[in-house]
Design a binder for this molecule. Structure first.
Ligand code: KIV
Ligand code: ZN
Length: 570
């Protein structure tokens, strides 16, 4: 009997309306544009990200995070809201007084358009070589009508007042190179014409055309439309702003609909220069735009992201320590499972692609592997997790692990045979099989047979005819094996047929040297220096059996392999 969830009468889509702030843009150009270089990145981890934490960072955590951002290569870092809390003020002072800001890095701080807060902000920044003061006020319809209950003119006036105060107060600190940033907060839910009008008014105050550095930041404070609509808003804004060429256009997207990265990417195509976001996407509600993901998206297109994510595990560790937030195992690029294939067909395709690349590395060294968008080693991740085995896995997966970890290059027919053994075991245990368990299963299935023991044998060759002579002991009896053939294996099989009276044919055969440090002994399963592996498929009385042998010499490995197959028929 299926158990139904109780209905929630509040679940009612009719309470919502389609997005109403898309500008009319019939001749949009952004869909034909391509991103060809990294934007100016600005991390807002220490401000927007921090404001969204259950326990905001203390100074030591902020310092640790700041150093990480520097190591990664950020040149613009919003470090906090110094007028909002003492710890924010103190952190700003600490960075400046202890000279912790490299010359090529600019501090950014946020402030509301209110005089006493602006005063306190400049106080916090005293002594900085270069700083971005970021002032904002909300411009969206819902904020105007319901939160502030002010009309468009009055809201614009708040922006003009803020810009004026910034300009005037900055004059008191002439030793600092000031950059002014303005955000029409909730830009994405603001009529775009009105956002342009407010930003034009702010520019009239700051006069960027006379040399004042100005950033206009366009927040999707709440993501409320599809990313293409945000891109239209950005293109419309850029085309209608009076002094577009004199300002930097910055984007700041949130992830309410799960498309913050896409929105920033399309917004960049639509003409923006700069992107704000956080590492791993921490931020209010569903978070800010994830800079790591966007940067790595550029990387996978062959574009230098200008941020160094070559050691993502360290980045994840520091970020999650400071934010005290876990990272989802499927988080793009960094999650524990993102380079792992469980599905058999995926594993097979990965193995084949990697094998192909290994053979063709001289002619093409670009990364192009089925199901693996990037080479995990490029970001400091190992290959050990690329393939993991459970009951969904297939022949390629187990073969991949045996090859990568233990140096066994299983031919296709052995892969098929072994996959059956592995699947049965995974189904019995109803869980994932670890790499070492897989080796145990492999060893038990093929390498550690103790049905037969071969002893006192000789192989001679007279004019191309090979003779095998030796003893094979089973628990019941000892077989005197004497046979002839055109090689050692065929002579041995001929002898076995004669000695046992069974119909035995070799149906498949393969061998290779084991050139890995890790080698596994045929008899005991312990690691040894066995140098060769032989794969033998026998038809015994019409049934097919696969066996594997390892030894120091190819011939002994081959004989052991034949006995490994025969043991299964016994
Ligand atoms: O999301 C937002 O609108 C902000 C602004 C203050 C830029 O964080
Ligand atoms: Zn924000």
């Amino acid at each position: 009997m299926s158990q139904r969830l109780p209905k929630n009468p509040a679940f009612d889509f009719r309470k919502y309306q389609p997005f109403a702030f898309a500008p009319k843009l019939n001749d949009r150009t952004w869909p034909d544009k391509q991103i060809t270089q990294a934007p100016i990145w600005a991390s807002v981890d220490l401000r927007d990200g921090n404001q969204a934490l259950i326990d905001p960072m203390n100074i030591e955590q902020k310092l640790k995070f700041f150093k990480l951002l520097i190591d990664i290569g950020f040149k613009e870092i919003e470090i906090g809201f110094p007028s909002a809390a003492q710890v924010e003020f103190d952190f700003t002072r600490r960075l400046i007084e202890d000279n912790l800001v490299p010359d090529d890095v600019t501090l950014q701080v946020l402030v509301q358009a209110r005089e006493h807060l602006i005063d306190r902000t400049f106080e916090a920044l005293q002594g900085a070589k270069r700083a971005i003061v970021h002032v904002y006020n909300s411009t969206s319809k819902v904020q105007r009508d319901k939160v502030y209950q002010l009309d468009k003119e009055q809201i614009k006036q708040i922006a003009i007042n803020g810009a004026t105060m910034l300009k005037d107060k900055a004059k008191n600190y002439p030793d600092t190179e000031w950059v002014f940033q303005y955000s029409p907060e909730s830009f994405s839910q603001t009529e775009t014409d009105y956002a342009v009008e407010v930003c034009d008014a702010v520019c009239e105050v700051w006069q960027p055309w006379l040399g004042q550095a100005v950033i206009l930041n366009l927040p999707a404070t709440v993501e409320a439309s599809t990313p293409n609509v945000y891109a239209d808003q950005v293109e419309y804004f850029c085309r209608h702003l009076k002094h577009r060429k004199d300002v930097i256009i910055s984007l700041h997207t949130h992830n309410d609909r799960g498309c913050a990265v896409a929105a920033s990417e399309l917004g960049l195509m639509a003409g923006a220069d700069r992107i704000e976001g956080t590492l791993l996407g921490n931020g209010e509600r569903t978070g800010n735009m994830d800079i790591l993901v966007m940067a790595m998206n550029l990387y996978t297109q062959g574009i230098d992201p200008k941020l160094d994510f070559s050691q993502v595990s360290e980045v994840v560790q520091i970020v999650s320590e400071c934010n005290n937030l876990p990272v989802h195992p499927r988080h793009p690029y960094v999650g524990e499972l993102v380079f792992t294939a469980f599905s058999g067909s995926h594993q097979d395709a990965i193995k084949k692609s990697l094998d192909y690349n290994e053979k063709h590395q001289e002619t093409d060294n670009h990364w192009d592997v089925a199901y693996l968008p990037i080479d995990p080693s490029h970001i400091g991740r190992g290959y050990q997790d690329v393939v993991r085995i459970n009951s969904q896995s297939g022949k390629g997966g187990a073969a991949y692990i045996l090859q990568r970890h233990y140096g066994f290059d299983l031919p296709r027919w052995t892969q098929i045979d072994f996959a059956r053994v592995v699947q049965a075991q995974a189904e019995t245990l109803a869980r994932e099989l670890k790499t070492e368990e897989l080796l145990d299963i492999f060893t038990n299935a093929y390498l550690s047979q103790d049905t037969f023991h071969l002893s006192d044998y000789t192989i001679s060759n007279r004019g191309g005819e090979v003779t095998f002579q030796g003893q094979v002991a089973s628990p019941e009896q000892v077989f005197e094996v004497i046979g002839q053939g055109n090689g050692a294996l065929s002579a041995f099989i001929d002898g076995l047929v004669k000695a046992t009276g069974r119909q035995i044919h070799v149906t498949n055969y393969a061998e290779h040297a084991i050139d890995r440090v890790m080698r596994t002994d045929n008899e005991t399963g312990n690691q040894t220096n066995a140098a060769a592996a032989a794969y033998i498929q026998l038809a015994v009385d019409g049934q097919i059996y696969s066996g594997i042998g390892t030894c120091n010499s190819t011939v002994s490995a081959m004989l052991k392999g034949a006995l490994s197959a025969l043991a299964q028929a016994w």
